[in-house]
Design a protein around this ligand. Structure first.
Ligand code: NI
Length: 136
C-alpha cells in the first residue's frame, strides 16, 4: 500500500531574474519588473510530498518529524530571509525562477530520503502562481 504524505513550509526570499550574458534591453524585455536590479521579495509557500509504501510496523511512509527537519535544514535555514542571487550558492549562476528554485529544492531533499520514495515539490511564488517539479 502506497500513500503520499505532504508537509507545508514557508520562506521569504528576495531575487532578481536576469542573465548576465544578456543586454539590459533583452533582460527587461524577457523578465520585466522581475529584472529590477534592486531585487524584490516573495513569500514562498512550499509543499513537499513524499510517496512510498506504508511501513507495516509503524504505519508511516516517513516520520513527519524527520521530514520537517529535512525541510528546515535544506530549505528554511538555507533560503529564508536570504537574497537568493547573492547569498545562496546554487543560484550564483542559475536564474532563481520559481521553476529553478523548485528543482534546487528537489535536488537538496531527494538524497536525504529513502531511494524508493517519490518526491514532488510544489512551490507557490504568489498565491496564484505555482510550480510543480517531480524530478523529470
Ligand atoms: Ni519575482
Amino acid at each position: 500500500m502506497k500513500a503520499t504524505i505532504s508537509r507545508k513550509a514557508h520562506f521569504n526570499a528576495a531575487h532578481r531574474l536576469y542573465r548576465k550574458d544578456w543586454s539590459d534591453e533583452k533582460n527587461d524585455a524577457v523578465f520585466g519588473k522581475c529584472n529590477n536590479p534592486n531585487f524584490h521579495g516573495h513569500n514562498y509557500e512550499l509543499i513537499v510530498s513524499v510517496t512510498g509504501d506504508i511501513d507495516q510496523e509503524t504505519g508511516y511512509v516517513i516520520d513527519m518529524k524527520a521530514l520537517k527537519d529535512i525541510i528546515k535544514i535544506e530549505v528554511e535555514d538555507a533560503f529564508d530571509h536570504k537574497n537568493l542571487n547573492v547569498e545562496v550558492p546554487e543560484f550564483a549562476e542559475l536564474n532563481p525562477t520559481a521553476e529553478n528554485i523548485a528543482v534546487v529544492i528537489y535536488n537538496k531533499i531527494k538524497p536525504r530520503l529513502n531511494p524508493s520514495f517519490d518526491l514532488e515539490i510544489t512551490l507557490y511564488e504568489t498565491p496564484r502562481n505555482f510550480v510543480i517539479y517531480s524530478g523529470e
